[in-house]
Write a protein that binds this ligand. Structure first.
Ligand SMILES: Cc1cc2nc3c(=O)[nH]c(=O)nc-3n(C[C@H](O)[C@H](O)[C@H](O)COP(=O)(O)O)c2cc1C
Length: 351
């Protein structure tokens, strides 16, 4: 019944302005109108990353529930883990609208939101009431007008870290001017040192992840892997959205911002595989995953877990359970007793 409602709901949402549709989908979730398969798990799917046990390795990527509004519903949606945010120290409106575009012909999206969010205090209040049992992380961001962007990441971590299971340093959004410069070797080393120091000072230190862009040279990637390892980062999320516009058909392809969805799949999976040759840090694969086969491909390219966002715009929340269950079958088909056994077993195809 809910699957049918979801089909009708998706058709409705696709006739709306994309940002209005996004707001409506959050309200529908809060009203209990979405698929709620509960926890999807099995001995094969249950897996560990950075000391956390996930019921399955399929996660919600950052940027969908920026303000941690729909955690109860999302935690019933079949995800193995959920990342909310990005949260910045102070609330900020983000870039002028329109700033989200649906590229239906390409099963993709372009966004230039620019970290619109209600700020860490409001988000902390919601996280304090988070559902128990779910694995929930927070994407950390910096205010656009901050004169200490590196310090912003540590501030959000200090405030919200005690309320979440992991936190992600996001220096890879293309929509805050000069943010990606923080991926440079020296800037990144300084930023991560501050963040890890803040993490270590918490009563209960939590895993800290680093999220990177797909638009990096092999030299940049090697630098980032070395700096992340040195800093003690617990996992790397590869990747954020791309500035590339190759091969798109949609009339919105010329919009500025970060491209996500199907066209990002190959590029982000190649970055993932390359990274897996450069570091032993666990990796989380994100970018264009929209089927069990694609989630499985990311795992076999080197990911210990997978996140998705844009595919949900086209497939709805029922996709999550389909992907998790399909992944279980693919692992079984190929004789893997666990996700961990499959990690990186086919990276050569992506190098
Ligand atoms: C509308 C939108 C907003 C996003 N906001 C964030 C964000 O705040 N922080 C972040 O790290 N990534 C953000 N992302 C990037 C996603 O988390 C993900 O890395 C990217 O979309 C690629 O995955 P996908 O192809 O499955 O969507 C956003 C993506 C979209 C489409």
């Amino acid at each position: 019944m809910k699957a049918l409602m979801e089909k009708a709901g998706l058709a409705l949402l696709h006739n709306m302005d994309p940002e209005a549709a996004h707001g409506m989908s959050i309200r529908a979730l809060k009203a209990g109108l979405a698929a709620s398969p509960g926890s999807i798990t099995s001995d094969r799917l249950r897996t560990q990353i950075a000391g956390m046990t996930l019921p399955n390795p399929i996660g919600l990527a950052a940027g969908y529930d920026k303000n941690a509004e729909a955690l109860s519903a999302l935690s019933q949606g079949g995800f193995g883990f959920i990342e909310v945010g990005a949260a910045t120290p102070r609330p900020q409106p983000g870039n002028p609208r329109p700033r989200l575009f649906r590229l239906s012909e390409d099963r993709a999206a372009i966004n230039r939101f620019g970290f619109n969010n209600e700020g860490m205090e409001v988000i902390a209040d919601r996280l304090a009431r988070r559902p128990r049992g779910a694995v929930i992380g927070l994407n950390l961001g910096a205010n656009k007008d901050s004169d200490d962007r590196a310090g912003d990441f540590a501030r959000v971590l200090a405030r919200c870290g005690p309320l979440v299971d992991f936190a992600t340093v996001n220096v890879s959004s293309p929509n805050t001017e000069k943010l990606r410069d923080l991926q440079g070797r020296d800037a990144l080393a300084a930023l991560l040192a501050g963040v890890i120091q803040t993490r270590d000072a918490l009563a209960t230190p939590l895993p800290v992840f680093l999220k990177i862009a797909p638009d990096l040279t092999p030299e940049d990637l090697a630098d980032i892997a070395a700096v992340a390892q040195e800093a003690g980062i617990d996992a790397i999320i590869a990747t954020n959205t791309t500035l590339d516009r190759d091969g798109l058909k949609s009339p919105f392809k010329g919009e500025a911002g970060g491209l996500s969805g199907q066209p990002l799949f190959d590029k982000s999976t190649r970055v993932l595989a390359q990274l897996s040759t450069l570091t032993d840090i666990p990796l989380i694969g994100v970018g264009g995953a929209g089927s069990a086969e694609q989630a499985y491909a990311k795992i076999r390219a080197g990911a210990s877990a997978v996140q998705l966002y844009t595919a949900l715009v086209y497939g709805g929340l029922t996709l999550v359970a389909q992907i998790a269950r399909g992944l279980d079958q693919l692992l079984a088909r190929d004789g893997f007793a666990s996700v961990a056994e499959a990690v990186g077993t086919n990276k050569k195809d992506w190098l």
